[in-house]
Design a protein around this ligand. Structure first.
Ligand code: S3P
Length: 167
């Protein structure tokens, strides 16, 4: 692929996309971009506020547009929000790109993201919601991924190296 992102990171919230993405960008000497940050900058408000004020479908539409713009316009490392793969157009867009799925088991997710106060999808029962979220999404992450890199018991540096080795 010419002109597209060098690496695209997908995976659940808390799997380390931002930290690993920034490390990868540094190692590769390219810039790092994150579609959540693009949405926050364009909207001038936090994602949790967009969820509360407008609802999830509205956010997903913003996200679909943000991912399409970033895939078309960014040649560095790109991290997508954890739910971006829910959208079929987005999944089609990712076909053929160097996509790495940073996987994480549920207990590790609960440990890392904790009670999820700042994460609108985990507000009620984090452990159960995590399990449901991962059951609904695991196959979607796998579907778009060229490589799967487990993040459990690995430092962000080790995950970044594993992504570079695998892609
Ligand atoms: C979401 C993940 C978040 C953010 C929003 C919804 C999800 O991104 O887009 O809260 O549906 O999993 P991160 O994965 O970057 O935390």
């Amino acid at each position: 692929m010419t002109g597209g992102p060098l690496v695209v990171l997908v995976g659940p919230m808390g799997c380390g996309k931002s930290t690993v993405g920034a490390l990868l960008a540094e190692r590769l000497g390219v810039s790092y971009r994150d579609t959540d940050a693009d949405i926050v900058a364009a909207q001038g408000r936090e994602i949790s506020d967009i969820f509360v004020d407008e609802g999830e479908p509205y956010f997903r539409e913003l996200e679909r547009q943000a991912v399409a713009a970033a895939v078309a316009g960014h040649t560095g490392v790109l991290a997508l929000g954890g739910g971006a793969v829910l959208d079929a157009d987005t999944r089609a867009l990712l076909a053929g790109l160097p996509v790495a799925y940073l996987s994480m088991d549920v207990e590790e997710a609960v440990r890392r993201v904790g009670l999820g106060a700042a994460r609108p999808l985990l507000a009620v029962n984090p452990r159960r919601q995590w399990r449901e979220l991962m059951e609904a999404r695991r196959h979607l992450y796998t579907e778009v991924a060229r490589v799967v890199v487990a993040t459990d018991e690995r430092t962000p540096e080790e995950v970044a190296q594993a992504v570079l080795d695998a892609l």
